[in-house]
Design a protein around this ligand. Sequence first.
Ligand code: ADP
Ligand code: MG
Length: 618
Amino acid sequence: MSIIRILPETLSNKIAAGEVVERPASVVKELLENSLDAGGSQILIEIEKGGRSLIRVSDNGVGMSPDDALLCIERYATSKIYKNDDLFDIRTLGFRGEALPSIASVARFSLVTRHKNLDLGTQIHMVGGKIQQVTEIGAPVGTVVAVRQLFFNTPARRKFLKGIQTEMGHIVDVVTGMALGKSRVHFKLVHNQKLLKNWVAVSDPMDRVIQVLGSDLKSGLIHIQHNDGYLQLDGWISAPAITRKTSRGIHLYINGRSCRDRVIQHAIFDGYAGRLVKGQFPMAVVFIQVPFDQVDVNVHPSKNEVRFGQQKRVHDTVRMTISAALRQVESQRWNRPFPQEAMHFMAEQPVEYQAAAIETAPVEAEGKRQTETPSISKATVSDADSPDSRKTNGMSGVVDGAVRPSDPINGQEPRQAQGRLWEPARFRDLRVIGQYQDVYIVCESGQDLILIDQHAAHERILYEKLGSAVEKQAASQGLLLPETLDLNYREATVLEILLPHLLNLGFEIEPFGGQTFVIKSIPALLDSHDIKTLLIEIIEKKLATPSDESAAKVLDDCIKLMACHDSIRANQRLNDRQIKTMLDQLDACDNPSNCPHGRPTWIRLEQTFFKKAFKRVL
Ligand code: ADP
Ligand code: MG
């Protein structure tokens, strides 16, 4: 006697629904994908109670014939792939043929559809996966799918639903993702009969980015583009000054499919290297096109993960395209006078905000890295969780010469002209007022005040000097008295690995038997004091990083540590000549605005800020 049975279809659909239909937003995603695959140019999404009561998606796509309407609710029924080879050449968003039956199995489901070549439409009602009624019906061309009382027959799932706002947040995310990817489609999102989003069709994808992410981002967007025949890349990334607290502002499209791909996300971060501090995320809308047979989209039922045929190549291309774009923009930026890219220090904010911001402005503790967004910027954050909110970290994201609006809180227009009265384009042209707390160099620039973080600035200077010295074969200076270094076993093993990199940097270190090493020479640029501490720091850093880190990254980490080790500390009094030298050297930097760890090296306090604080103006 056999105990194995084939499951009834309603049950297997319900099981599939477990993977495909996690929450209302997953239903919205599947229905939107179908509408887009059907060529809809207008899509209306109506939601009630965060999707618990109703999710209805209407499109003006090709629609379905009565036969297809009945087939589409069967498991593994799809018009998108027919044969084995098609699976490696997927050009549509759907292909698994399981979304509609899965959704229908866990809700009250209705479908009204009319094919573009037919006069009459078809209506199907289902409850918990069972067909209740099929009728002919007059309907416009296209398809309307309504999903009511989601999870009414799977109480465990229903219990896991979050509040209306949270579910709605996920739905908005999904619609946002789809809309960013399809700028020629009109998307309308309605919640409880209230219009939430209305993104009309536009021909330039950049216009969609601005519609969706907000027009005040416009001047902070950097266009990226690359095409090497294998990989085509197009998109926009935010200037490093515009950040978010999560990666939710990063939108990736791989062959048109919205994905959350870790490899690409990592590549984007690498592209920003040295420009963001920990906990800051850039915003990006990136379209990647690779040959269809070079990407596997059949990784997970939710279809938002992919695997690349040549993962490393894709990663490196994205990283290099982004870092090249940022570098180019930074060099243009720095040639402009200060006001255009200087910090807009909450000029339009109420005085209370400004005062609070000053009190909590970041002062770097000696030896302790700042791990958070500088608190200066916190006062500028609006509702960080609302899908449209943005923040700046203080330094404005000006890229193309326009001044960014600086007031996300009350959303006023940017204040334009003030800064243009003065023209110091270089650090050396600043009038040095003095040093504040032996941490910041205080300067006057036209009407505004510039504060330079001396440690961060010097770190940047050394970092670039050391970096270019390595490129030109770093010069060494022999130590009069070679120093010995005694290490433990793990440290010694790591140092052995590091020796060739260190040699590149100008360190001549030789094993001296056991776990002892002799330091014979050090980079010419480095101060000879406390070399041992520096080497131990480098070894510890290497111990703490994954062993498969690239050689370039290892070298870069070493350079960062060397720059930090040798740079002028906070709490160090500087004389006029030292300050002057530092300003000259900053002018020679490629990116004088960030320390190697991504923190700003300088900020600007606008005259307006003081006027408001002293209530000279209201
Ligand atoms: P898949 O999208 O993976 O093919 P679905 O279950 O989502 O699977 O849909 C099954 C089929 O129903 C699709 O292949 C398509 O032919 C048809 N279909 C679904 N939604 C629509 C729509 N909005 N307009 C036209 N046809 C649709
Ligand atoms: Mg589908």
